[in-house]
Design a protein around this ligand. Structure first.
Ligand SMILES: [Fe+2]
Ligand SMILES: [Fe+2]
Length: 177
């Protein structure tokens, strides 16, 4: 169960923000575990977080950004390209971490790269994307999309059926505008 499951309102932007806080909290916990000896627990904590990040990025690409492109401001295409690039950076860091032994310096470097990319990305979404989205949609639509968001998570929890392939930002904007 993720924190998103406990939200009573279904406005998609609230659900997105709750997950952003969950990522920050899970990264902070992972760093606390850095000095501890439980390698297996740390590897599991990372796998859970990585899965959540992958589901979140894909859910945004399926449900949030296509609506932003159709209804958002003139900045929406640029915001979307930027976001997809960030999602790819996060995916790439997760894939890199999967290729090296957990807990090694290489592994921490990949996890750190993921955290840095994610921190910057969350800040941009919160500063630019979410306000743009809220300004150009009404609550009824956001609740409808929130229901889709929760359904997506029910189906793809633990990254079931989620591709970790990079997405072409320009192609994405073209296909969804
Ligand atoms: Fe997000
Ligand atoms: Fe995102």
């Amino acid at each position: 169960m993720t924190m998103a499951d406990t939200v009573t309102g279904t406005d998609i932007t609230d659900l997105v923000l709750v997950e952003h806080d969950e990522f920050r909290s899970r990264f902070a916990s992972l760093w606390v575990m850095r000095g501890e000896g439980d390698v297996a627990a740390r590897a599991v904590a990372w796998r859970v977080l990585a899965n959540l990040l992958e589901v979140h990025a894909t859910a945004e690409e399926e449900i949030l950004y296509p609506v932003l492109l159709k209804r958002g401001s003139g900045q929406a295409p640029a915001e979307t390209v930027d976001a997809i690039r960030d999602h790819n950076q996060i995916r790439d860091a997760i894939k890199l971490a999967a290729r090296v032994a957990s807990g090694t310096d290489f592994w921490w470097a990949a996890v750190q790269a993921c955290r840095t990319a994610n921190d910057e990305h969350l800040a941009e979404e919160e500063r630019d994307v979410i306000p743009d989205f809220r300004l150009h949609t009404d609550v009824a639509l956001r609740r409808k999309l929130g229901a889709r968001w929760q359904e997506f998570h029910a189906v793809h929890g633990a990254a079931r059926g989620i591709s970790d392939d990079d997405v072409d930002p320009a192609e994405f904007v073209r296909d969804n505008s």
